[in-house]
Write a protein that binds this ligand. Structure first.
Ligand code: K7E
Ligand code: CUA
Length: 655
């Protein structure tokens, strides 16, 4: 009797232990693993992370730079949105980067960063990222971590299937999410079917300086082009785009665009089209788009409006465009490192569909067609299918690869990452994500050479994982170790904006090239003052140009008189420092713009329009030395009709 009682007590206490363990699963059971997990993400003070991760900021419009495995945030690179911290989009030099055919657009929705590649391997030169809302692609230079080019995409709307690069960064692509009239025109929305078109843009990248230029646009049927991935290795020369709304509905898409059993992955033989175009194919079409380029020598951007684009009708290039039927509104379109498998994640499908590139070529050669759409051949589903991962989870979105023959797919609805095997399609492991994962990223995981080691999940919801901060709680990323058979959750860390895709790369591929200063000698800014002797103030009617310098710990000049109400005063400030990590800032009372933050050797400009008579101070905003607080000056503003002479000084009184 006593023994029976003892066993019952034992069973009950064991089950209590289990219950409490399960209840705390979201955080506390991971806490139980914390000592080994903590070790794996611990980067000691002063040590560097092994990887950079560039995580898109979604509706913040920016690109944030983190270290992995620590999850530490290093920098938010302003791309599509103004950033007062760095004066991006506020100073005169960077404003032209945000110019578009709609005028100055200081915001966008940034989703998919992709690092440049050479021979299908990340080369760490640039990272490209798309702006969804006002279609654009930006390029960030990975020596300066600054946005150096933005090209607008005409005839496009909701630039979502973008900005992925080919094996040798020959092209970066931009596919339209929304079909629109091309060219734009005033027609009834119900005319959608047949009249609205979808363009896929191929932007040529200069192999030396990364300069972008739209080579051609492909005028496709009016579907929604969602995601894209270039062929790799054996399938290099092709590009794949998922589509939804092949129903061509224009209202209540949640119902009307979910009718077809299968939508398509569009397979584009871009090399064939390039050849056609190089031989004079395609038609120039009038349009209007901005091409904005930042020059490291003048430290200034210029914006050029382009007036035409080369449009290609797919029917004019036989053998270049095919449709692969893919179940139920596919979102992610991912190609494995060998280039053989094209994974289409049908959001409403029970399975993850995988197409075979080899079978696709065979089906094309043997004309195994199931029909056509607007004259474009539809390949027979069974003839291109490699296999399917059966019921792996709910709401598959995106897939990355570890280079060891495994794929990792994110499932939004069932909120998990599922690891499965290419070729056998068997599920090997699944780990929950907290909560509702969107994209995931393995460093190099969309190239021919993934670096494995970690998968980073980027989640839409965090609920109870962090300290609450009012109704808006942080978005977040989660890092998993993938070196073993089973994934292991290591770390949660908050992210900037809403993360969509990210690009990761070994730090060694970027670190040695990171710029420390800008050479003052090479500064060709038209308003640079390269020594204090060159500083001056020049009046031209109501416009005044101040050629100013900074060095620890003063401005030259620091006293200016003879400015009048109604003037437009340009402060062109050159930082004379030539030491690493010594920026200076400047801000002026009442200026309708941000401060400047000027890197060593750089010149930046802000405009001040004084409204009131008086003596007005300016100061350095960046704590630059022990005497930073002394780094200040005055501007005397006189009435509009005053005859106070224009004078300036440093270290002496203005007489
Ligand atoms: Cu799936 Cu814009 Cu790539 Cu977000 S998209 S998750
Ligand atoms: Cu210069 Cu503070």
């Amino acid at each position: 009797m006593k023994n029976i009682l003892k066993s019952i007590v034992a069973i009950v206490s064991v089950s209590i232990a289990f219950t409490s363990c399960n209840n705390g699963k979201s955080s506390k059971s991971n806490g139980a693993l914390s000592s080994s997990a903590a070790e794996k993400v611990y980067v000691a003070p002063g040590e560097h992370d092994e990887f950079y991760a560039f995580i898109s900021g979604g509706f913040s419009g920016q690109l944030a730079v983190y270290g992995l495995p620590s999850g530490r945030l290093f920098k938010v690179i302003p791309v599509f949105s103004q950033d007062a911290e760095k004066a991006y989009g506020y100073n005169e030099e960077t404003k032209p980067l945000l110019n578009t055919s709609y005028g100055f657009i200081p915001w966008d929705d940034a989703h998919h960063p992709d690092i440049s590649q050479t021979n299908g391997v990340l080369d760490g030169r640039w990272v490209f990222i798309n702006g969804n809302n006002t279609p654009r692609i930006a390029k960030v230079d990975l020596t300066t971590f600054e946005t150096t080019e933005i090209i607008e995409i005409p005839n496009s709307a909701g630039n979502h299937s973008s900005s992925y690069v080919t094996d040798n960064t020959e092209y970066v692509v931009a596919g339209t999410r929304f079909a629109v009239p091309v060219p734009q025109q005033d027609i009834a929305i119900k005319e959608y079917k047949g009249k609205f078109k979808g363009t896929l843009s191929f932007i040529k990248v200069d192999p030396d300086d990364g300069g972008m230029d739209i080579k051609f646009q492909l005028l496709m049927p009016g579907f929604d082009y969602d995601k894209a991935h270039p062929g790799r290795g054996k399938s290099d020369g092709w590009f794949f785009f998922t589509t939804y709304n092949t129903e061509e509905a224009s209202t209540l898409l949640e119902v009307n665009a979910s009718q077809n059993d299968k939508d398509f992955i569009a397979a584009i033989n871009w090399r064939k089209i390039e050849e056609y175009v190089n031989n004079g194919g395609g038609k120039m079409m009038p349009t209007n788009y901005a091409h904005n380029v930042y020059d490291d020598q003048t430290h200034s951007a210029t914006s050029t409006m382009k007036k035409e684009v080369l449009m290609v009708d797919p029917l004019e290039v036989p053998g270049a465009v095919y449709f692969l039927p893919t179940p139920k509104s596919p979102h992610g379109c991912d190609v494995d490192p060998t280039g053989e498998y094209i994974v289409g994640s049908g959001k409403l499908s029970a399975n993850v569909t995988v197409h075979s590139f080899t079978k696709m070529l065979d089906a094309i050669e043997n004309e195994k067609f199931a029909g056509e759409a607007y004259g474009i051949p539809i390949l027979n589903f069974e003839d291109v299918l490699a296999g399917a991962v059966e019921q792996p989870g709910l709401g598959p979105l995106h897939t990355e690869f570890d280079g060891e023959g495994n794929a990792y797919t994110s499932f939004f609805i069932s909120s998990e990452i599922v690891k499965w095997k290419l070729g056998t399609w068997e599920v090997l492991d699944r780990q929950p994500s907290f909560y509702s994962i969107g994209h995931l990223m393995i460093p190099g995981g969309n190239s021919q050479k993934p670096f494995g080691k970690y998968v980073l999940g980027m989640n839409k919801i965090t609920k109870d994982r962090y300290l609450p901060t009012g109704p808006e709680v942080t978005q977040s990323a989660q890092l998993y170790d993938i070196t073993g058979d089973k994934m292991q959750l290591l770390l949660d860390f908050p992210t900037v904006g809403e993360p969509h895709y990210a690009a990761g790369i070994p730090a060694d591929l970027i670190k040695p090239n990171s710029k420390k200063i800008f050479n003052l000698e090479d500064n060709n800014h038209p308003y640079a003052a390269k020594t204090e002797a060159d500083t001056k103030v020049v009046r031209d009617g109501k416009t005044v140009h101040v050629y100013m310098t900074t060095i620890r710990s003063h401005f030259a000049p620091d006293n200016i008189e003879g400015i009048r109400v109604g003037d437009k005063v340009y402060f062109h400030v050159t930082n004379l420092e030539q030491d690493y990590d010594v920026p200076h800032g400047i801000s002026m009372i009442g200026a309708n713009t941000s401060e400047l933050l000027i890197m060593p050797g750089q010149t930046e400009t802000f405009v001040w329009e004084p409204k009131q008579v008086g003596v007005w101070p300016f100061y350095c905003t960046d704590f630059c030395s022990a005497l930073h607080q002394e780094m200040q000056g005055y501007v005397r503003v006189s009435p509009e009709n005053s005859s106070t002479p224009l004078k300036w000084s440093l270290g002496e009184d203005i007489e």
